[in-house]
Design a protein around this ligand. Structure first.
Ligand code: ADP
Length: 195
């Protein structure tokens, strides 16, 4: 059985986490933010250390351990009853992050829509990330050089995921709008999809 899935897509700072957290409060939606799961790993674990070494440079963690961590987290959430695969829709935020991860997940995910939170203004993204660095104490948001590298990683490695899923599934939303207007656009698309 494949999981019914929506993908939240966009550059760092585009607002995936903001929308994901709101959507996750709706009954029968389970929000999974890959970066949050990585940040919750213990610094004493091998994968925790691997995460720090890649994310501090603005690079992606290698695909194999990333997908394995994802599978373990989803299985854990299912066992604990937080995620019910027969009833719930998954909202994935930050995964798949390159076409190879999309390919590794293709037998597991039934992707119904990709919400592409689009922001063409790089300065706005940088500004949002720098503000978040103070609020959320995120090291990778604090350093301008790391921010630039993350945006470059997004352009070169992550953006091609949009072509992987293709124009029928991808819905582009202007993420420079206020969070409530972005949410309105997302909800309009979800309610227009057939069950
Ligand atoms: P943002 O979208 O703002 O960059 P995230 O919290 O989604 O922030 O990700 C933070 C970091 O975690 C990334 O820069 C990357 O190093 C790592 N990461 C998160 N998700 C993945 C993934 N699916 N594959 C590889 N690395 C990931």
């Amino acid at each position: 059985m494949k999981y019914k899935t929506f993908l939240l897509f966009g550059a760092p700072g585009a607002g995936k986490g903001t929308q994901g957290k709101i959507l996750g409060t709706i009954p029968n939606i389970y929000h999974f933010a890959c970066g949050d799961v990585f940040r919750n790993l213990s610094i004493d674990s091998d994968l925790g250390r691997t995460f720090i070494s890649y994310s501090s440079k603005g690079s992606l963690v290698p695909d194999q351990p990333t997908i394995q961590l994802w599978r373990e987290s989803i299985e854990g959430a299912t066992k604990q009853g937080r995620f019910n695969p027969t009833k719930d829709t998954l909202v994935l935020d930050g995964i798949p992050r390159n076409p190879s991860q999309a390919e590794m997940l293709k037998d597991t995910l039934d992707v119904r829509a990709v919400f592409n939170l689009s922001c063409l203004d790089m300065n706005k993204l940088v500004e949002r990330l720098q503000r978040r660095a103070l609020r959320e104490n995120r090291l990778d948001d604090a350093n301008l050089e790391v921010i630039r590298q993350r945006l470059a990683t997004y352009e070169h490695e992550t953006k091609p995921v949009l072509d992987y899923y293709g124009p029928d599934l991808v819905h582009t939303i202007d993420s420079t709008q206020s969070p409530i207007n972005v949410l309105q656009d997302v909800l309009k698309i979800i309610s227009g999809l057939s069950a």
